[in-house]
Design a protein. Structure first.
Length: 203
């Protein structure tokens, strides 16, 4: 997992509340066996018509937001089923940060384990960011995980809370496997001792 410290990027406004995981990554794509490639199907039903044509007015189809790595959304983002694929799709598409007033609990956990910073700001702060991203060309935000701040260089500044352990993992780039591998030497020593003990017992 790539460590996260500070990111300055275009911000894309998804002015919708209660965005559920079935919209983030529809169920028909969950049968894939890889953890990559899901970005192609992010918001699939919103990005295109039933006959496969791009929906021009959908925010992620607008050329001005093509390079955005920060997504601004309404409250209760990531509600619905617990599928981790939703975090995989957002990450694979290129998003490193999602800003919203609230997030569904399971999605919040899944996103952190996949290197995505979720910044919970107030309704008023999110509304201001949505408006700015919609009306200001090339609108960029800077998200500092170390300082726990969101700024835009235009006077906007807000702070967000984050659990210290989650913050540590994101800063260091540790997912669950990475956390375990920090103790690889101790695990190897234990396994060798265990194997030796079993061999002696068998004699």
């Amino acid at each position: 997992m790539e460590p996260f410290r500070t990111l300055t990027s275009l911000a894309a406004p998804l002015d919708r509340a209660n965005v559920d995981t079935d919209q983030i990554i529809p169920k028909q794509f969950l049968k894939r066996i890889e953890r990559t490639g899901y970005g192609d199907f992010l918001f699939f039903d919103w990005r295109q018509t039933p006959d496969g044509k791009p929906v021009a007015e959908f925010v992620l189809n607008e050329p001005r937001y093509k390079e955005a790595k920060i997504l601004i959304a309404g409250k209760n983002f990531g509600c619905g089923s617990s599928r981790e694929h939703a975090a995989w799709a957002l990450s694979d598409f290129g998003f490193r940060v999602v800003i919203a007033p609230t997030f569904a609990d399971i999605f919040f956990s899944n996103a952190g384990k996949n290197g995505i910073v979720l910044a919970r700001l107030s309704d008023a702060e999110v509304d201001a960011l949505l408006k700015n991203a919609q009306t200001i060309a090339n609108y960029q935000l800077t998200v500092s995980l170390e300082a726990q701040t969101v700024t835009d260089g235009r006077g906007f500044s807000a702070t967000f809370e984050i659990d210290p352990f989650r913050k540590f993992c994101l800063l260091e780039g540790f997912d669950d496997i990475g956390l375990t591998l920090r103790h690889a030497a101790e695990l190897d020593t234990y396994e060798k001792q265990h194997d030796t003990a079993e061999w002696l017992k068998a004699k």
